[in-house]
Ligand binder design. Sequence first.
Ligand SMILES: Nc1ncnc2c1ncn2[C@@H]1O[C@H](COP(=O)(O)OP(=O)(O)O)[C@@H](O)[C@H]1O
Ligand SMILES: [Mg+2]
Length: 375
Amino acid sequence: MPNRSVYVGLISGTSMDGIDAVAVDFSSPQPHLLATHVEAYPASLKASLRTLCLPGNNEIDRMGQLDREVGTIFSAACLNLLAKAGINPEAINAIGSHGQTIRHRPYLDHPFTLQIGDPNTIAELTGLTTVADLRRRDMAAGGQGAPLVPALHQALFQHRENRRIVLNLGGIANITCLPADTREAVTGYDTGPASTLLDRWIEQHQGMTCDDQGEWARSGKVIDELLNELLADPYFRLPPPKSTGSEHFSLDWLGERLAKHQLAAVDVQATLLELSAASIARAIIREGYAASEILVCGGGVHNRYLLERLSVHLPEARLASTAEYGVDPDWVEAITFAWLAKRTLEGLSGNLAAVTGARHEVVLGGIYPAPSRTR
Ligand SMILES: Nc1ncnc2c1ncn2[C@@H]1O[C@H](COP(=O)(O)OP(=O)(O)O)[C@@H](O)[C@H]1O
Ligand SMILES: [Mg+2]
């Protein structure tokens, strides 16, 4: 008999650093993390997904197969999560699966966003009801389909006396602005890159998947001319609501801007880290939160040098990991997708219209029922 308050959340973000899987009990106001697991993507799958993220030949065939393959590995992520923690799958009410974004195009005449990881496959292989396709309804309602984390940030972190920013440092960075006055709208958007360019650049030049604690960037020197060119990208000036992805802030994007420079790779890394810090800080200042509490989550919380640079740009702010507020920063996003599944099954909205720009708040996603089971 499923426990109606226990959900699994599954997501692989733009970094493709692995599938984050959580089992969460929502029976009390503060979600209780029962189990966590990271399921790595095999290198060949990661490479195929990377290729699919950029336009190329024969995309439909490649996407169709990868949709099934990602669905299969998401199922394994869920089953391994539960096995590791000794949780009987029957105790789970449902899975909320974000899938893997392969394209996010909010600025076309017919904007779209595409996450793969076939939820039919997940429901079939796990035996669990699966809620997925959580972004496209918001887009159909006129929104960006992103970011979706702010609704959970609000539920967990809004404070009646202190205005707060929740800063999610993934491949892309997004902010949630939480006013102290709960009658005011919560806003938020993607500010631009957090780790995506740092990851790609260090991979290309040092063969590493990530710049551990930002130490390589720390050892370089910021090239102001390049930094200013990067900060001149129109995305940074675009008014919210807005969202972006690694298809925009890509190595191709960087390459176009590097063409006329002859720079040491390490100095480019230093400049890219400064780009992330400066663009995030500008957004926070623009929203009037320069002197607020800033709660940091996402993998970038482990990039010590990025946090140091953020503190330099925001000297009046109080920056701290969400761990200090009771929620492990590595799992906030996966918890969000577990929570969104719960919202959907309860017939409650999951988007914040003031964040995504949707015409209204709406129940998100599609429900893929579990195979019928004996109760
Ligand atoms: N020790 C670390 N030092 C620096 N960066 C880190 C570290 N650990 C994780 N990261 C960064 O965190 C990112 C992954 O964070 P995550 O929240 O999972 O993002 P996404 O949602 O895009 O997958 C990676 O891009 C990686 O660069
Ligand atoms: Mg990730």
